[in-house]
Design a protein around this ligand. Sequence first.
Ligand code: HAM
Length: 427
Amino acid sequence: MSKAIQAIRGMNDLLPEALSLWQRIEQAAETVLTAYGYREIRFPVIEKTELYKRSIGEVTDIVEKEMYTFEDRNGDSLTLRPEGTAGCVRAGVENGLLHNQTQRLWYAGPMFRHERPQKGRYRQFHQIGVEAFGIGTPDIDAELIFVTARLWRLLGIRGLELQINSLGTPAARARYRQVLVEYLRGQHEQLDEDSRRRLDGNPLRVLDSKHPAMQPVIAAAPSLHEHLDEESRRHFEQLCAYLEAANIPYRVNPRLVRGLDYYTRTVFEWVTTDLGAQGTVCAGGRYDGLVELLGGQSTPAAGFALGLERLAELAALQQVAGAERPPQVYVAPLGEGKIAQQGLVLAEQLRDAGLRVELHCGGGSLKSQLKRADRSGARYALLLGESELAVAQVSVKNLRADEPQQLVRMTEVPAFLCARLAGGPVQ
Ligand code: HAM
């Protein structure tokens, strides 16, 4: 036997059992997003490297050290998408979706970052992303947050804290940056290696450092809030008022800066303490400059992405039920030839009637077939042997209730089962 090939570190198989919870989340997200008028968009998993460099920013962890970048056979530099916003904007500009229009879009799929894998942090992970284009007012910032809050409610997820902040306009941020750099230079001795490096390229990211020694330095740093421009301050206050009107609790976190460069004004994260170090389940904000930066007409925009691995983990911890839909009926043909053939036909007829049906294939004893029927989760087993076939009937066995087995005419089986399985949660 040759040695088995293993998956790439940080890239997980998602097995059917775990996926039922993912499907529940995905279905709930689609329901909520549709209720707010968002429409799905799909775009490639690979784009030109330049797209991510330009949008996420050259001096970010993602672009500096986490991208899966390679040359294709033509020598072009391509990158597996580390996030969805850049691709969504590129697709929107290229297909003329954004100019002079409002667009509410969502997407879902795998993203790739070469991070150090740990619980809640993977190299292939999945996001549901939501982007709203063409609206510069804080009502859309609030709506995006309402979408997420409603999704948590629908799923029954508890204990997520909403943190919000404003990064102001690029001009205000540039002024703050100067003040911050001056302060940090004064603290040079206390800075860890990462922070020293960020000091020149991306000083705001120093505020995001998780290094314990950095915490007092960060706590005493000048606050971005004191340097916000007037318009951004009003925008932020209005957002806070909208959240309060909708009874959505939030905490202003002046240190929330996000790891991507494209944000302007509002940024937010939904955070839990239940998942250990990787507690941000959903994150986003406004990015009014990105469409223009990527070659479109200046268009305000805002959005967020939620991490499905983290949300599913939290949902599992909180015992949110999955979307499991086991077969309702298990057809057990107890023989070969004509019996097996009738089993196939009967299963098709039941599916025509709208039922979920698993057919036992490959033969086997009554005992072994019933064991499988039980494991399948079906409520009814249909037993089809010589004697049943001879009189064009089938034995119906309720696997979930103590009820005598019943002989039903083959032609009447679909109606018989539909009547019994209709209404109520199907077991
Ligand atoms: P992000 O904060 O980089 O933002 O990622 C959003 C979410 O994706 C995180 O909060 C987390 O739940 C999940 N996530 C990120 N990296 C990993 C990882 N390595 N393993 C597991 N989960 C992860 C963005 O990606 C922006 N595009 C969000 C956005 C959309 N902003 C505006 N529109």
